[in-house]
Design a binder for this molecule. Structure first.
Ligand code: NAP
Length: 328
């Protein structure tokens, strides 16, 4: 492994910018190459981050021998194909959330990575924020007792663009996969696999869920209640309530820096963790540490957990009768 791990960026869209900027803050990361099907975007992106190698196709990036690990930042519908393309060319992979649009494909992607002994990770960046690491430590120490209930939401109001990735079923659009995956990932991180899931969705004119709400029930009676929306703004909060106290996080999915700990009869305690650069470098650093140590999955978000998260989202879509065109 070279002293700098060499990244390739597949797709030059919105979030790829944040990721590239975050990588520049890591001294042991090199932004080696970028691929975009759009010539203007390719040039602008490469110039902005000083990227030496430019590819006009994703296939060319996957077969670029100067790349160690590929970050995939394309619409959900293409994640599986791109993961496969990169793994088959011997590249380690960090893929934007959700890892794929369904559990079947996520299982296949995980099996391929394991078979090829290559690193694969779902880029659930929220799990890597310093504040979220602190949340895990405090819960493990028993500071709020046993978790009994979680409430979390992620909803924003976007304009309807039928061909955009949020609203087009052909791009695996909809609120559940785009933003619901964040609260659902939090539920899985803190409570594991649910015993039962139930939920409702409001389907919009383009054929995707514009908003949805769900309840997860666990063996010990714990409940996790969440919602997602792409046409309705909601507060963006997470409340983790335990037998001894609770943790409240404002804006948990977008660069959180502060949590409030509440214990009955005591004043609220605020814990702050500043966040550097774009915040995307934390997940990149964790991936690089795994790669350097020859690990093929990241303990913060193991492959079986990405599969379980996909199974939960599949179950909700099954209840709603919501099937993506590529699943037919
Ligand atoms: N972690 C986060 O906070 C976060 C935030 C936003 C999005 N995301 C995830 O990041 C991924 C990309 O989202 P984004 O907001 O960056 O999207 P975006 O701005 O629309 O960019 C997506 C890129 O995908 C490429 N692409 C390939 N096939 C495409 C197709 N059929 N239609 C449209 N674009 C296609 C395009 O790249 P080229 O033209 O350059 O080839 C485009 O620039 C999604 O998985 C999303 O869930 C994560």
């Amino acid at each position: 492994m070279p002293s700098k791990i060499r990244w390739g960026i597949l797709g030059a869209g919105n979030i790829a910018h944040s990721f590239a900027k975050g990588l520049l803050s890591l001294p042991d990361a090199g932004v080696q190459s970028v691929a975009s099907r759009t010539p203007d975007k390719l040039e602008t992106f490469a110039a902005e981050y000083g990227i030496p190698v430019r590819h006009a196709s994703y296939e060319a990036l996957a077969s670029d021998p100067s790349v160690d690990v590929v970050y995939i930042a394309v619409p959900h519908s293409s994640h599986y194909d791109m993961i496969r393309l990169c793994l088959e060319h011997g590249k380690h992979v960090v893929c934007e959330k959700p890892m794929t649009y369904c559990a079947l494909r996520t299982r296949e992607a995980a099996a391929l990575a394991r078979n090829r002994k290559l690193f694969l990770m779902e880029a659930m960046w929220t799990r890597f924020f310093p504040l979220m690491q602190e949340v895990r430590i405090r819960i493990a120490r028993g500071e709020i007792g046993e978790i009994r209930m979680i409430q979390a939401d992620f909803g924003f109001r976007a304009d309807i663009h039928p061909e955009g990735r949020l609203f087009d079923p052909n791009l695996a659009g909809g609120s559940l996969l785009d933003v619901g995956v964040y609260p659902i990932s939090l539920f899985h991180m803190l409570l594991g696999k649910p015993r039962q899931i139930t939920g409702f969705a409001a389907m919009g004119g383009t054929g995707v869920d514009e908003q949805a709400a769900w309840v997860f029930r666990y063996d010990g009676g714990q409940l996790a209640i969440g919602s997602s929306a792409v046409r309705t703004s909601t507060p963006h909060e997470a409340l983790i309530a335990g037998t001894e106290g609770s943790i409240h996080i404002a804006s948990p999915w977008w660069k959180p820096t502060r949590m409030t700990l509440r214990h009955p009869g005591k004043p609220d305690a605020t814990v702050e963790h500043p966040l550097e650069s774009t915040g995307m470098q934390y997940e990149a650093a964790a991936a690089m540490e795994c790669i350097r140590n020859h690990r093929i999955e990241c303990p913060v978000i193991p492959l079986d957990e990405s599969i379980a998260i996909a199974e939960s989202m599949d179950e909700l879509r099954r209840q709603w009768g919501f099937v993506y065109p590529m699943e037919h």
